[in-house]
Write a protein that binds this ligand. Structure first.
Ligand code: SAH
Length: 261
């Protein structure tokens, strides 16, 4: 017998308020408590019932954020007493979202949980740039990798040799700050520096930008453009078809009003 309520881990999508599933929206409308990350559109948060407790645990520059342990404790605390907690996470909860740790906390506390998928920023970015992540003949694999280093490990724990030779499409989440080392690791092990690559910043939110280049110069271009998080690096043969940044910017101007909170 489960002792408490239900925790629904819901993917909110990458920031465009229309990119949340109907199931996710329904959970949000039923929730007693909402615990959310940053970059959740205001329009989505407005879907909650009146007087629902809404807790922002997101990390933002210059603002205090909660540590993972505190988030886990909050989930367990609010999930007790038969309440329905929605843990709203950016993109898809199963991709670089520390979901396993949160599930573990909830499960250990004897609470029921479910996961409602969301649109991950990689597929939203591909959609915005007008590219396919796979293509018959040229890209039959897609790798979602992180450019971030955790703990006190100095190097990224990635099999660079494999990534350099796998062909297909590589998507790096959290690449800002490590563009040089990510791209140099790939090209020094034999990935073609002329391969088309793009950086996509703030997919689906105000300030969306696409910076296009090649694997060998995208880090320099990103630096020159002052690219900042959240952004993705996508490299691979199918990226050649990416739309001009101007086209994407024009579409993005219709999204004014989407908040970053
Ligand atoms: N669970 C999320 C990823 C969390 S890790 C997902 O499925 O998308 C956070 C990283 O995701 C950011 O550093 C960035 O690389 C990427 N990201 C998330 N939202 C983004 C957006 N709107 N535009 C560009 N990148 C985004």
């Amino acid at each position: 017998m489960k002792r408490g309520g239900l925790v629904s881990f819901v993917g909110a999508g990458p920031g465009d308020p229309e990119l949340i599933t109907l199931k996710g929206l329904r959970r949000l409308r039923e929730a007693d408590v909402v615990i959310h990350d940053r970059l959740i559109p205001g329009e989505v948060l407005e879907q909650t019932r009146p007087r629902v407790e809404v807790i922002d645990v997101g990390k933002a520059p210059g603002r205090p954020c909660l540590g993972q342990g505190e988030i886990n404790r909050l989930l367990v605390d609010r999930g007790a007493g038969r309440r329905h907690v929605v843990r709203l996470k950016g993109g898809d909860p199963t991709i670089f979202g520390r979901l396993a740790e949160e599930i573990e906390a909830v499960r250990t506390a004897g609470l029921a949980f479910e996961v409602v998928p969301g649109i991950t920023s990689a597929t939203a970015a591909a959609a915005r740039a007008g590219i396919s992540l796979t293509e018959r003949g040229s890209s039959s694999t897609v790798v979602f990798a992180t450019g971030a280093v955790h703990g006190n490990r100095k190097a990224l724990a990635l099999d660079w040799d494999l990534l350099a030779h796998t062909g297909g499409t590589l998507v790096f989440y959290m690449p800002v700050g490590r563009l040089e080392s990510v791209t140099a690791s790939l090209t020094s092990l034999g990935r073609d520096p002329r391969e088309p690559a793009i950086l996509i910043e703030r997919v689906g939110v105000v300030g969306e930008r696409v910076i296009a280049g090649r694997l060998g110069d995208i880090s320099e271009r990103g630096r020159a453009a002052g690219v900042a998080a959240p952004a993705l690096l996508i490299t691979g043969p199918t990226v050649a078809a990416a739309s001009e940044p101007a086209t994407v910017r024009r579409v993005a101007s219709h999204l004014a009003g989407v908040s970053d909170g």
